[in-house]
Design a protein around this ligand. Structure first.
Ligand SMILES: NC(=O)c1ccc[n+]([C@@H]2O[C@H](COP(=O)([O-])OP(=O)(O)OC[C@H]3O[C@@H](n4cnc5c(N)ncnc54)[C@H](OP(=O)(O)O)[C@@H]3O)[C@@H](O)[C@H]2O)c1
Length: 249
């Protein structure tokens, strides 16, 4: 299951899993992107793929998803969808802030809660929640997004400990910049140090399953996470994060 699968990292997860022969459920709002991706993967890899056009931020979306997958064995559940309005908090419309909470907090929480119980009964499975380096340090101009990614990280860490004895793995992926259509639009063609391809982040994530609750993909990002999250005075770390969003639009 890939929630947020129509483009960017989510499409790269779908592609890598189909290549391994894994049947998929792909969820996103834009059916016009999901279906061609699914068709291509079915033809290339002979896997079964269901697509579901769904706005995960809408009330009732997780119930719809649970009903649509009730007869399936979901062994790997990846929550990748996100909403990241880029502006100072006081300039961000309240509706956009509510949408950050609905997309990046409420939905992944209910998503994990929806798929974890059957995994614990089967005593196997894994849940991936996409977090970000912005979840480690306050990030000006992405304040609500960063806070939502901190939520994903602490949620994944706690669930990792709770579910490990039941044979179920949980990992939060604290990614730095990833070359996706969304990032390319915001960065206007520039790349932050340590920017990774979506395929590389997917490969690191799948390899990290079973290796602990948090993954920072890429060595430059691991150094950044260590320096900004632990070594640098907090004010300096926040200033560095402010610099990282200054060039984004
Ligand atoms: N790109 C980066 O530099 C970067 C860095 C750190 C962390 N991350 C994290 O990595 C993940 C993927 O990033 P990305 O750049 O690939 O994001 P993206 O380009 O915005 O793609 C997100 C995917 O989620 C879907 N989606 C968004 N809102 C949705 C909703 N309400 N309901 C259902 N589907 C929804 C989008 O498809 P539809 O539009 O069709 O719904 C798309 O398939 C995110 O969680 C992001 O926070 C990204």
């Amino acid at each position: 299951m890939v929630a947020g699968a129509s483009a960017g990292l989510g499409a790269a997860f779908a592609t890598a899993l189909a290549r391994r022969g894994i049947d998929l459920v792909l969820v996103a709002r834009q059916q016009a992107l999901l279906e061609p991706l699914a068709d291509r993967l079915r033809q290339l890899h002979g896997v079964e793929i269901r697509t579901l056009a769904l706005d995960l931020a809408e009330p009732g979306a997780l119930e719809t998803l649970a009903r649509a997958t009730a007869t399936l064995e979901v062994g790997l559940a990846i929550y990748n969808a996100a909403f990241a309005p880029l502006a100072p908090l006081v300039d961000t419309p309240i509706e956009a802030l509510a949408r950050v909470v609905d997309t990046n907090v409420r939905a992944p929480l209910l998503f994990a809660r929806t798929f974890a119980p059957a995994m614990t009964v089967r005593r196997r499975g894994a849940i991936v929640l996409m977090s970000s380096l912005a979840g480690l340090v306050g990030t000006p101009r992405l304040a609500a997004y960063g806070a939502s990614k901190a939520f994903a990280l602490t949620l994944a860490e706690a669930m990792w400990a709770e579910l490990k004895p039941h044979g179920v793995d949980v990992v939060a992926v604290c990614a730095g910049a990833i070359r996706t259509p969304g990032y390319d639009r915001a960065a206007a063609g520039r790349s932050a140090p340590g920017t990774m391809s979506a395929q590389a982040v997917v490969a690191r994530t799948l390899a990290a399953l079973g290796q602990g609750p948090r993954l920072v993909p890429g060595w430059i990002n691991r150094v950044a996470a260590w320096v900004l999250g632990r070594l640098a005075p907090r004010r300096l770390a926040i200033a560095v994060m402010a610099g990282s969003t200054r060039g984004l639009s």
